[in-house]
Design a protein around this ligand. Structure first.
Ligand code: PLP
Length: 361
């Protein structure tokens, strides 16, 4: 068996100890005589998995009883619809900061539901940056401000969140959730498809103020109503059992690593290695994101020609560095260096960048 350094954007690399544990208990989960794939979502064994996953996520984020953790299905993309359906009433305006293709998709879904306003867009600059807090002016009757915490495709990330006063702040943190500490209290609702940073494909974690979830419109489709999920503790129907189980294991792994402060230190050190390699040869490696907005989760850059980019990806693959091809809409190279990517993987990538430059300068 040979595992590679997996730089794919999502689904993405998971901690090896988590995978090993999953393998070990696959055939007989917690003495049930069944695998986790086969047990009832109403069984005590799964109830324990669910409650521990919720509690561990809350502990990692340092939040208390006023917040709830929900697990939903439909991916980050269904949340694009859930947010306006739940919170954008007639006469109100949903404000969107457009910093990448996923923010744009979120906006498009909201436009089907109600009135929206674009309060910032870097689209004309190919989404090369996120706004400074002072650049955002909210409209009258603002229902919420929606931001994308980390722009997975473009490689930009917010390190300072907008100030919204009494207007609820909602964030899509699909690709940076649990990568570093941040002030959760600023946010009314956060959602994250887990398959980037904290699990496999199949579930979305929603972290929200309980009172924000209450009083949702009664005519919403049941499965899209956050209040139904809250009232039923994410068990209105069969939840994505397996994905929740893995998220729970990743949360325990994060705690064992020292929590989010330790993860931030490690994630920043990893990103620094790759950005240093990039900045060493700016005439060769073209950084996609503005310096202030550079993501510590997805590093994006171009080479002088498409041929060189293809050659770089091929050399990476030959050296067991997989998944370096950029998203089809942006091209170039993208290295996704989520929580589970070890420092050694980033060092090898940086070494490849230096060697490749020497070959082709
Ligand atoms: C991947 C991603 C999505 C879409 O997630 P799906 O689970 O594929 O629907 C949304 N937002 C961000 C920031 C993402 O990275």
């Amino acid at each position: 068996m040979q595992r590679i350094y997996n730089f794919n954007a999502g689904p993405a690399t998971l901690p090896l100890p988590v995978l090993e544990e999953v393998q070990k208990e696959l055939l007989d989960f917690a003495g049930t005589g069944m695998s986790i794939l086969e047990i009832s979502h109403r069984s005590p064994a799964f109830e324990k998995v669910l409650q521990e996953a919720k509690a561990d996520i809350k502990e990692l984020l340092g939040i208390g009883e006023d917040y709830e953790v929900l697990f939903m299905a439909g991916g980050g993309s269904l949340q694009f619809s859930c947010v306006p359906l739940n919170f954008l009433a007639a006469g109100q305006v949903g404000a969107y900061s457009i910093t990448g293709s996923f923010s744009d998709k979120a906006l498009q879904e909201a436009q089907k539901v109600g009135t929206t306003a674009v309060v910032f867009s870097s689209k004309a600059q190919h989404y090369n940056r996120v706004p400074r807090p002072s650049e955002i002016k909210l409209p009258e009757q603002c229902a919420y401000l929606h931001i994308t915490g980390n722009n997975t495709i473009e490689g930009t990330e917010y390190f300072q969140y907008p100030e919204t006063g009494s207007v609820p702040l909602i964030a899509d943190m699909s690709s940076d959730i649990l990568s570093r500490p941040f002030d959760v209290q600023k946010f009314s609702l956060i959602y994250a498809g887990v398959q980037k940073n904290i699990g496999p494909a199949g579930t979305v974690v929603v972290i929200a103020k309980k009172d924000f979830l209450q009083g949702r419109p009664k005519n919403l489709p049941t499965m899209l109503n956050y209040e139904v999920m809250l009232d039923n503790d994410s068990l209105y129907n069969t939840p994505p059992v397996y994905a929740i189980y893995i998220v729970g294991k990743v949360a325990k792994w994060l705690k064992a690593q020292g929590g989010l402060a330790a993860m931030e230190k490690r994630n920043r050190a990893k990103a620094a290695l790759v950005y240093a390699a990039l900045d060493a040869h700016p005439e060769f490696y073209r950084a996609y994101a503005d310096k202030d907005s550079r993501s510590i989760m997805n590093v994006t850059f171009g080479l002088p020609t498409k041929e060189l980019e293809a050659e770089f990806v091929a050399q990476g693959k030959a050296a067991n560095l997989g998944g370096l091809k950029g998203h089809r809409s942006v091209g170039g190279i993208r290295a996704s260096i989520y929580n589970a990517m070890p420092l050694a993987g980033c060092q090898q990538l940086a070494d490849l960048m230096e060697a490749f430059w020497r070959q082709h300068k």
